[in-house]
Write a new protein. Sequence first.
Length: 397
Amino acid sequence: MGPLFPEANFNLVLALIIGFIFGVLLEQAGFSSNKKLVGIFYGYDFTVWRVFFTAAITAMVGVLTLSHFNLLDINAIYISPMYLWSVIAGGIIMGFGFIVGGYCPGTSLCAASIGKLDAWVFVLGVALGIFVFILGYPMVEGIYLGSFMGTPQIFDLLNISMGLFTFIIVIFAFLSYWGVGILERKKNKGESYELTSKSGFFKIFAVAVVVAFLSLFMAPHKQTLLAEFNSVDFGKDANINLISSDEVAVRLLKNDNSLQFIDLRLPNEFTKLALPYALNATPEDFFLPRVSDFINQKQKITIIYGSDEKLAKKVAVLAEKIGYNPNKILVLKGGFDEFMKDIINFEMPKEQPNSKIVQTTYLFRHEYNGRIKEILENSKPKQIVLPKSKRALGGCG
């Protein structure tokens, strides 16, 4: 669920190797030929449509399958934020350039690498366009950053599952392959660029239908776990490691730096008063890298708490299923409400307890509750602030 190799520098080398192989495959697929590339616009060659659509559905099925079996953290996949006007303007400019020049940025480099003069002209034109854009950016900044729409995903907008969306796209892709084959044969007087026979196509289509059908029953690991989490009996019989309010109080007085806290309460409750330097999080936040980095710090024990212990217990079970080490997570017994009642707002009972242990506990609470309250008030609560989305630049393959 992380980089292929721990060493970041080697991942860059691996990216270079993959990029080299990708370029070779582009050239072998004929994408160094502008005649083949623009064929999609004139209706005589839909190779681009077939290759890129096949790549898209392969990636969709792969991501969904790997995420379903918890082999891929789907939250680690960066989604470019959508700025509506720049998408529209950029699409028009790139589409016009694609038709006129016969290349997109990626394929122009592919063609230039084998010495095609027109591709080199196209690459120089791209460089010139970038330079002009940099100089003119202040004038177009409003369009470039206009109508920010976040990171919408089509299946969310349609209110359907990722599995159903994958099924629809896979079926549509193969139906479109059949359709563009008809257009090619009509345009080319009976000839088509299809690489398989009719029987071969239908065999592949049958396999695709089966794969698409199976995707209906798959969901990203996060969705599956959250669906389980929201059930009434989730974590009901789990053995949860608890820590009492008194033990937390003692360790706060000793300035025990091995403790850290995650507060599950609402933000308005959290900002009023919380345990020292706690992070305010929701159950969904436990899938985020920032929360995992927080919990996985060396020589740290994380105490999870809510208003009571019920939600915190469920979250502790969820955290273990996500993959966190259960030995590094404790739940505050009784939650923050019990901590407030037993420690911060403790009142010595009128009747003396019979047990010496209970009597000692009461004396400790009475003597140090003011000091502990001071510790809490002096530690400003911290909320998890996700970094703002940055523009991600890129082009087609």
